[in-house]
Design a protein around this ligand. Structure first.
Ligand SMILES: Nc1ncnc2c1ncn2[C@@H]1O[C@H](COP(=O)(O)OP(=O)(O)OP(=O)(O)O)[C@@H](O)[C@H]1O
Length: 272
């Protein structure tokens, strides 16, 4: 039997601070299957980033168990099973675009030629082949984010962890990158855990939307999204059609309803 991409059971994370303790996650259980796209959505402070950081082994749970591809999060990190992209692209300004994408491969000890071939392939994939020699501050925000996504794919991860990667971008760029992400995911077959504040973004991208609630951070509901996305990954008109379709707007309504089910829900969430 193939291992789950992510298998979290009863995860709790309590932070101690001068003003008391904060239960960022309380009894969170979640399975993400290989190749599955799962979004985490919920009001500010409901623990989305905390959950992502635990999966990435950037933080440790207070209690509960967590496996990534059948091993500990730490082993999975060491095996380079996942790539990470955050809201800020986090590129190194003194390295060219290509050198930024090559960085994880350089860290892993890959040779110069392998690195270059892989980086050029990934830049092609995100539509930036002509910008390999440029430097990050010569690129727009959307282009920088595409470089960050290319970099997160450098080691061919089976899991992508993305924390609001399009959060700082304008609506047009955002929708364009959502389509690119759909296509990249089709090509790489990677599982994705994707944190967002946008209901339409979550519905457009996900196989399942995990709705979370705060204080303490819990999973309120997991909503399956069964949409035939057709050519949306490659055809902007098809993506527009999808966003106007009744099954799409019904899925939006379903997620919004779940978000609003709690008294404090809706805060910090884009429910347009
Ligand atoms: N290192 C930390 N020390 C203390 N408290 C923390 C720490 N990290 C997170 N928290 C608290 O844990 C809770 C969950 O935070 P988290 O960042 O996971 O929420 P989030 O859902 O990602 O929020 P947002 O949507 O605003 O990014 C919050 O109350 C936050 O203040």
């Amino acid at each position: 039997m193939t291992a789950h991409a992510v298998h979290a059971v009863d995860l709790t994370r309590v932070f101690a601070s001068a003003s008391g303790t904060v239960t960022a996650l309380d009894g969170v259980s979640l399975i993400v299957e290989p190749g599955e796209f799962v979004s985490l959505i919920g009001p500010s402070g409901c623990g989305k980033s905390t959950l992502l950081r635990l999966i990435a082994d950037l933080d440790q749970p207070t209690s509960g168990t967590l496996e990534v591809f059948g091993t500990s999060a730490r082993q999975s990190r060491l095996a380079r099973s996942y790539g990470i992209a955050f809201q800020q692209a986090g590129l190194l300004p003194w390295r060219s675009v290509r050198a930024n994408v090559e960085l994880p491969l350089a860290v892993a000890g890959d040779g110069r030629r392998t690195r270059r071939e892989r980086a050029d392939h990934l830049l092609e994939m995100v539509g930036l082949a002509d910008f390999a020699e440029r430097y990050p501050d010569e690129l727009s925000g959307g282009m920088q984010q595409r470089v960050a996504i290319a970099r997160s794919l450098a080691t061919s991860p089976s899991l992508l962890l993305m924390d609001e990667p399009f959060g700082a971008l304008d609506e047009m760029t955002r929708e364009h990158l959502q389509a690119q992400l759909l296509r990249i995911r089709e090509e790489t077959k990677a599982a994705v855990v994707f944190v967002t504040h946008s209901v339409p973004e979550a519905v457009f991208l996900s196989d399942r939307v995990v709705v979370m609630s705060p204080r303490p951070g819990r999973i309120r509901e997991i909503i399956p999204v069964a949409l035939d996305r057709g050519e949306s990954a490659t055809d902007a008109a098809a993506a527009d059609d999808l966003r106007a379709r009744e099954d799409f707007t019904q899925a939006l309504a379903r997620v919004r309803h779940s978000l609003h089910a709690g008294e404090s829900a809706g805060l910090g969430v884009d429910v347009r």
